[in-house]
Design a protein around this ligand. Structure first.
Ligand code: PDD
Length: 287
């Protein structure tokens, strides 16, 4: 049975979902996206993802083509039709497909946006073996544009970063600008010292992670100290623990940075506890 995807109002088998070669998502990366995790057939942090989508669209002068309720219905319908137990729903909205290539934005009256959603099934992601061993990261220069708070599909450099990590025998890359870590290629970055969690403050320099917001809230509720400020690779290498967060990894321990072991070189107690709290709480709140 082929995967059923959503394209501009229709539910179609994936092979039948076709988008124009003039689509601005394809030609110009003129598109935004979201990834919402599915745990036990339910959507986690859905409201946060819709709010960030709305913000990304606004920043680029694009309209929200579906209401929150319509978006929820499409997400749920896709999870149901594809029998997704664990995994995620990917959503992308582009500025549409004008009749030719042009740098100038098309008139939204005549060029409707392209809306695509599809599911990715990842059975058992909550019990990922990587969470028990931790991941290894390398550091690379952050060469992305300066509006990383907008979740656009300009993912070439993050893809290159993952490939550089892979070539170095690692799992991911942390990007560095002016001597300080911005974030991971597709996740937010943290270090831990004692009971204190340190992560870069929100600005245009990083994506405002939905998992980040939830994890920091749970950390504060659990009486952990949170400090929002930038840190260097050297500081991270000397920290007790390090971890990343995202809708696809939740809370994932980092045990090595540029070949230097973090703490004992195994996942630390703070990251493990935050992962447990995050998974418990987000399963409870999932819709
Ligand atoms: N990536 N930073 C970047 C650059 C990201 O691409 C992501 C998410 C995050 C974490 O955001 P959130 O907690 O809302 O998932 C931070 C998604 C998962 C992706 O590209 O697949």
């Amino acid at each position: 049975m082929s995967r059923i995807v959503y394209l501009n109002g229709d539910y179609l088998p994936e092979e039948e979902a076709k988008v124009s070669i003039f689509d601005r998502g394809f030609l110009m990366a003129d598109a935004v996206y979201e990834v919402t995790a599915v745990l036990d057939r339910k959507l986690t942090d859905f409201e946060g993802h819709v709010a960030r989508l709305d913000r990304s669209l606004n920043e680029l002068g694009m309209a929200m083509p579906l209401t929150r309720d319509e978006l929820l219905e499409v997400h749920r319908e896709l999870v149901k039709r594809n029998d997704v137990v664990d995994g995620g729903v990917y959503l992308q909205i582009t500025r549409g497909a004008p009749s030719d290539r042009d740098f100038v934005f098309p008139d939204p009256e005549t060029t409707p946006q392209t809306v695509v959603l599809f599911t990715q099934s990842k059975p058992g992601i909550a019990n990922s073996p990587a969470a028990k061993t931790g991941i290894k990261v390398i550091s690379i220069e952050d060469l992305r544009w300066h509006r990383r708070d907008i979740k656009t599909v300009q993912l070439l450099y993050p893809s290159m970063g993952k490939m550089m990590a892979k070539a170095a025998g690692c799992d991911d890359a942390w990007m560095v600008e002016d001597g300080k870590v911005t974030e991971g290629t597709s996740n937010n970055a943290y270090i831990v010292n004692g009971n204190k969690i340190i992560t870069r403050e929100l600005s245009h320099d990083i994506l405002h992670g939905i998992t980040r917001a939830a994890v920091l809230r749970y950390a504060r509720e659990a009486q952990m100290e949170v400090e929002e400020r930038a840190f260097s690779i050297a500081e991270a290498q000397a920290a007790d623990e390090a971890f990343i967060t995202s809708a696809s990894t939740f809370v994932m321990p980092v045990v090595e940075i540029d070949g230097a072991k973090i703490g004992t070189g195994t996942p630390g107690p703070v990251a493990a506890r935050l992962r447990e709290i995050y998974l418990d709480e987000s399963m409870k709140a999932a819709i």
